[in-house]
Design a protein around this ligand. Sequence first.
Ligand code: SF4
Ligand code: SF4
Length: 281
Amino acid sequence: MCEFCHKHGEGKKWYLQAKNYSEDLLSDLRRRKFIADFFAHPEELSASVAKLEQVERAPKYVRAVMTPYLSNRQKKVHFGQVLPIEDVEQIFGFVTSIARLACMCRQISVGSEQRYCYGISMGPGGGKMEEIIRAIDASYLTGPDTAGLEAISKDEALTSLQQHEKEGCCHSVWTFMTPFIGGICNCDRSDCLAMRSTVTYRVPVMFRAEYVAEVNPELCNGCRQCMRVCQFGAIGYSAANEKVFIDPRKCYGCGICRATCTKDAIMLHDRSAVPIAANMW
Ligand code: SF4
Ligand code: SF4
C-alpha cells in the first residue's frame, strides 16, 4: 500500500474508496474555487513548467531543497498516481458519470485539442464537478457540449481508454485538493506536463502504481515491442538471451507494455510483493 493508501484509503487502495470521489468533498468552497481556477487558467500550468526548468538548472543544493518542497506541495493539492486499466475499470464500476474533455497539457504542449482526460463524478448528471467546470470560462475547451464536456457511458469510456493504452498512454488518477479525485488522465511523456515534471525534471507529482511488471522469459520472443511503449525506460534487452527484462526500480506499474505483447509474456505483481520496489513511489 502506498503512502496515499495509508492516509486516505484506510489500508486499502485509496483510489478505490468511493468517499474520495464524493459530492460531500465538493461542498468545500475552497476546493470548488481550486477546481474553477485550475480549469480557467491553463497558463498557470505553463508557468509551473517554466519554474521547473529553472529548478533543473539551479545548483545542486537549491535542487535538494526545492524538489521535496515542490513535490510535497503538489501532494496536498493536485497529484497523480499511475494505475493499470483493471483498476480504472473498478473505478468506473462505482462512479455515476464520466465526461471526456480536452487535455490541458496537450493544449499547452502541442497547441491542439486532444481528448485524453476524463472527469469522473458521483453526482447524477455529472454532479457538482460538472457544475463547477460549466460555470467557469473554459473557452479553450471546445467540443460537442458547452465548455467541451462530453458525457459518455462507462462502456464508451473504457473502450476509449483501451485505445489510449494501445497508443502507449499510461492511465493515472488525479486529485483536486487531496484526497478528492476528479479525473483520470492518459499520459504520454512527450506531451504530459506531469510526466515531464516527474521523469524529466525529477520533481515527482505523479507516483508509481501499486504494481510492478515482470517478463516471463519462457514466453518472451525478444521482439522488443514493449520497449517502445514504456514511458519510464524500465525495459531493457539482453543480447545474451535475446529477451527483454524489466527493472523493478524503474517500473511505474502502468501495465501498458502488456497491451503490446502478443505473447502474453508480461504480468503485473503487487508492488508490496517485490521487495526491491516495495517502498518506491
Ligand atoms: S512484447 Fe512481449 S514478446 Fe515482445 S519483447 Fe516484450 S515481452 Fe517479449
Ligand atoms: S515496464 Fe512498467 S513502467 Fe514500463 S510500460 Fe511496463 S508496467 Fe509500465
